[in-house]
Design a protein around this ligand. Structure first.
Ligand SMILES: NC(=O)c1ccc[n+]([C@@H]2O[C@H](COP(=O)([O-])OP(=O)(O)OC[C@H]3O[C@@H](n4cnc5c(N)ncnc54)[C@H](OP(=O)(O)O)[C@@H]3O)[C@@H](O)[C@H]2O)c1
Length: 328
């Protein structure tokens, strides 16, 4: 049995270790989960580097989400969980980059036995973020338009799929034609590649329509171009900045057209949602993932032992899908 541990905050490659002497003693309120798959997300690198909204205490068990089977349940836990597939709710307690892991029972949600474990392993973070972005800020109705940059990211792909499922329309901006073609082939409504006169091309593509909601994941000028096409008093939600820059919405749009800027961190929802709401949300998202209504492209899987190759691959520019650890 192995597990990846971060020994110090900083460069993940220099500070990660694969340890084998795991304590798998199951307490009364805990379950032992055999991990099927666990993704590598940008948040994991940010956590290791100390640039995330949560400061990890080292030694820190890495891996923010995943899916697995319960192999043992503590004395106070419903014994019928044994054998069930569970989603590990994103938390900073036990990590998921592990063969087996002891998890507090409150941090697991039983999900469908059907479906691709790789897709189910990715339900905890990005689909939830897309779901919250589409449901918590603007009362969207079928036919409404949502604009986003980072369209081919995991979050972006789930925004497109969940929007489509709800009858909403999406206009997505990406930075490569190849990524645009993939999204169009997957059923995205409008996809534009960043470049000259993006604002003009967005307006032309939308015609008479306005964006009711703009989602910013890049922190670059594409959010400003999308905001120009937002309705009067429309909403811009910032959930990430891959460039490290603050939201770039033009002054004229924020003052004269009274756009609202809101922030989204799914961790806040996780900390405040009732158990009932949390379970309902994850069970529904897992069902959609199992039926391939929502999905994110997978580029590669690695065993834990190949973690250095997996990290390198996950950081590669222009990769076409997610990289996950998968139990062999
Ligand atoms: N607020 C929250 O609660 C929350 C929740 C989940 C995720 N996030 C954040 O959302 C972002 C996306 O996460 P993910 O897991 O969906 O990512 P992902 O699947 O790994 O995709 C990364 C995306 O970033 C793009 N990208 C990277 N560097 C860029 C740059 N300099 N300029 C423009 N685009 C760039 C990539 O485009 P190419 O394909 O062209 O390289 C790709 O579309 C991350 O920053 C993550 O931390 C936030």
């Amino acid at each position: 049995m192995s597990k990846l541990i971060l020994k110090a905050i900083g460069d993940i490659d220099a500070n990660v270790a694969l340890i084998n002497d795991l304590d798998l003693t199951v307490g009364p309120d805990e379950v032992l989960v055999s991990i099927e798959a666990a993704p590598i997300n940008p948040v994991d690198f940010m956590l290791a580097a100390g640039t995330y909204g949560y400061r990890a205490q080292v030694p820190f068990a890495l891996g923010s989400e995943g899916v697995g089977r319960v192999v043992e349940a503590g004395a106070s836990v419903d014994a019928s969980l044994v054998g069930r597939r569970v989603l590990i709710v994103p938390n900073y307690e036990q990590g998921t980059w592990s063969d087996q892991v002891v998890v507090a029972a409150r941090n697991v949600v039983p999900v469908t036995d059907d479906g691709d474990p790789l897709q189910l392993a990715m339900v905890g973070i990005n689909p939830l973020t897309a779901h919250l972005a589409l449901t918590r800020y603007v009362d969207l109705k079928p036919g409404d338009w949502v604009g986003q940059n980072l369209g081919n990211s995991g979050v972006g792909q789930y925004v497109i799929a969940l929007a489509r499922h709800a009858g909403l329309k999406t206009l997505s901006v990406v930075r490569r034609e190849e990524a645009a073609e993939k999204l169009r082939a997957a059923g995205a409504d409008l996809v534009l590649v960043d470049g000259n006169d993006l604002g003009g091309r967005i307006a032309a593509a939308l015609g008479e329509n306005k964006l009711r909601l703009v989602l910013d994941g890049t922190g670059d000028a594409t959010a400003g171009a999308l905001a120009q096409a937002a309705e009067f008093e429309g909403t811009v939600v910032s959930y990430s900045s891959v460039t490290g820059q603050p939201v770039q919405v033009g002054l004229g749009d924020s003052i004269y057209r009274q756009l609202s800027l809101r922030g989204l961190w799914m961790v806040n929802w996780l900390q405040n949602a009732s158990r009932e709401e949390l379970e309902k949300t994850y069970v529904e998202l897992a069902e959609l993932a199992a039926k391939a209504v929502v999905r994110a492209d997978v580029e590669a899987t690695y065993p834990l032992t190949d973690f250095r190759k997996a990290f390198e691959h996950a950081r590669q520019q222009g990769r076409t899908g997610k990289v996950l650890f998968k139990q062999q």
